[in-house]
Design a binder for this molecule. Structure first.
Ligand code: NAD
Length: 260
């Protein structure tokens, strides 16, 4: 990744998936810029960015188009090009990440879609013109986009839309040599991950039943980020790539008798 420059969106702390990916990219020589969501997270993100050799920190609430504009204006001042983007941003009202999907309010539906799906499109519209020599972008998804997972509710619907948008973005930007992919991660103990109702049960069930019989490590998502954002993933675009210890391959766990 030496000589490659990239924007990392979605670090909240050192458990964040965005941080796991950023760390690996930095270790492989990439130059990084980070966004943070408001002042309360700045103090968390700043030391992490520093440890990854970066002093480019940009405030961005993705619900504000003007914030996204100023991120790219800021990047344009320090860099004359961009090679990759990591979008690891999602939000939904915790109260609606339990119970029935049926009870989703319009307000939370729209906000979840805005932050967790549309923001990637909005970011890529600004990133693409800076990717003059082609580029690569990834966003983070979850199996709840494809199959019903307990309490994932409106976030599953937003992730399904996000995965569809990955395919449309890949088609729009492919002719410019820009690749767009989603990484579908198994459950991780992060702030966003623990906001989902009965997260512990989901976590435990995944670890007990996935073909590898364990959870995903942050470093493994780092490795996937490195593959998709570097030339190693050269011909891969429009994909949803599972990094979930094989959980998505199951129709029914083979060891259900042990689990029940
Ligand atoms: P996290 O809480 O560390 O990261 C979520 C990030 O989203 C935070 O940095 C937060 O600041 C940011 N964010 C939320 N609303 C925002 C807004 N309005 N503007 C700007 N930023 C905003 O949790 P994470 O698990 O690392 O989540 C990263 C991505 O990975 C998310 O898209 C999440 O859905 C996805 N994912 C998580 C899991 C899991 O189990 N944790 C599994 C698969 C996919």
């Amino acid at each position: 990744m030496a000589g490659k420059r990239g924007l990392i969106m979605g670090v909240a702390n050192d458990h964040s998936i965005a941080w796991g990916i950023a760390k690996t990219l930095y270790e492989h020589g990439a130059d990084l810029a980070f966004t943070y969501q408001g002042d309360s997270l700045k103090k968390r993100v700043e030391p992490l960015a520093k440890s990854a050799g970066s002093d480019i920190l940009l405030n961005c609430d993705v619900t504000r188009e003007e914030d996204i504009d100023s991120v790219f204006a800021g990047l344009g001042k320090v860099w004359d090009g961009l090679d990759f983007v990591v979008h690891a941003v999602a939000y939904s009202n915790k109260e609606e990440l339990k119970g029935r999907y049926l009870d989703t309010t319009l307000e939370n539906f729209l906000n979840t879609m805005h932050i967790s799906c549309y923001s990637f499109t909005s970011v890529m519209r600004r990133a693409a013109p800076m990717m003059k020599n082609g580029g690569s972008a990834i966003t983070l998804s979850y199996y709840g986009a494809e199959k019903v997972m307990p309490n994932y509710n409106v976030m599953g619907v937003a992730k399904a839309a996000l995965e569809a948008s990955v395919r449309y973005l890949a088609a729009d930007l492919g002719p410019k040599g820009i690749r767009v992919n989603a990484v579908s991660a198994g459950p991780m103990r992060t702030l966003a991950g623990s906001a989902i109702g009965s997260a512990r049960t989901t976590f435990k069930y995944n670890n007990m039943t996935a073909p590898l019989r364990r959870g995903v490590e942050l470093e493994e998502l780092g490795g996937t980020g490195l593959y998709l954002l570097s030339d190693l993933g050269g011909a891969v675009t429009g994909e949803v790539h599972y990094v979930d210890c094989g959980f998505n391959a199951l129709g029914m766990p083979q060891n259900l008798n042990e689990v029940l």
